[in-house]
Design a protein around this ligand. Sequence first.
Ligand code: AHR
Length: 502
Amino acid sequence: MIHASLTLDPAFRVGPVRRRTFGSFVEHLGRCVYTGIHDPSASTADEDGFRTDVIELTRELGVSTVRYPGGNFVSGYRWEDGIGPVADRPRRLDLAWHSTDPNTVGVDEFMRWSAKAGVEPMMAVNLGTRGIQEALDLLEYCNVPGGTHWSDRRRANGAQDPYRISMWCLGNEMDGPWQIGARTADEYGRLAARTASAMRMIDPDLELVACGSSSSAMPTFGAWERTVLDHTYDQVDLISAHAYYYEDEGDLTSFLASAVDMDHFIGSVVAAADQVRAAHKSAKRINISFDEWNVWYQRRAESKPPSGDDWPVAPVLLEDHYNVADAVVVGNLLISLLRHTDRVHAASLAQLVNVIAPIMTEPGGRSWRQTTFHPFAQASQLAKGEVLRVEASSPTYETERFGAVPVLDAVATHDEETGEVVVFAVNRSLDEELGLSVDLRGFPGLRVLAATSLSNPDHTWTATADDDASVAPVANASAAVADGTLTAALPPVSWNVVRLGR
Ligand code: AHR
């Protein structure tokens, strides 16, 4: 067994646990909307055609915000297509995913679904094929109480009260050559600043997200953030970050250390934002909305859109089936987001259902939890109060992608109200159990309330509709506190949670 240690102290605070760290994303892509959240043919469908089993799983997952309607999709979307009587809505080509959108679900349906699922909507506007006016029209439709063209259209469509959506994304991945209407940083920055200023004339209190880089591997990464924020610094609150470059391409040791990349990504965006802050002599800080992140096997066939004359409705796209190692990486990425809670103010696991998702459905049939469901649900339910900086000491291992990295990665939270401390930890070793000791001298009198580990001798185990439960977090009986020290044995390739209290 190898050993690692942590020291926890209530004074080592990073910042508050933010509910918005546990956001997700619903895009008109593949089967996320159609046959995912919405499927009138399912036995679980409610009066609006929403799958109640998916709503229950979304609640169990502990999702806070849901970004909508894209993603790449939004850059060609006409939001007006999705309002009014469903029979009158046009079928449209979705160029981003080479599909057909019947527009059966639009903004009003999404808002009804959000209320049922108990999530906060985060709306994206199209700055690809459209611009300031259409963003203003959508904002008027959503947030103005009534007495104007678009607000009265909303009322006529059945929503008397304004939706009062607070968070708005100014486009999506506008740095990506694949994006419809992709722009240079200068072009996008100017458009985003003008759109933001105009939107604030309707509602000055909106929380606006400018597009950052769609990956830290983009050639423009860093420079993009600087230029965009130079244009938008006074108009926006957050800059986005997207990261999917996390997949096991036959190098499991590097894959298990994916959070090293996320840490670096966040640090670089913070540096770029603060550089602009200094140049603008501004007192304001721009924080990060990490509004697309996940493990994604982009090279697999499931990620290839249809082609030619084939424009299907709700095709199988990006339907990755996650194994135990993937779940450990997702847990580790959550650790990274939590430890940066001082600057990451929102995040969205992409996506929620069927499309690189923790929840899967069969069209008209069953639903189930992927392995990645568990770390997200546990972190969302148990992380409360303040995030603590953990002073860790861990053995390292060599990776091809990141060099030497610690075997242990961990973060902890402290809820002053209940006195509970929760430790979230991963063991990245492929074959060695990790003996963890946690110095709790700053928290006298704590005992273990519960400890769980998610691992499996076969880390390639994958959940299916027939069996999504035989590998899940199970009690870790090794966890105990003695003389102010918590000790626990963490299995190889594992995600672990220890709840401590009095
Ligand atoms: O989440 C899948 C896609 O990944 C999104 O549409 C896009 O924003 C990103 O490139």
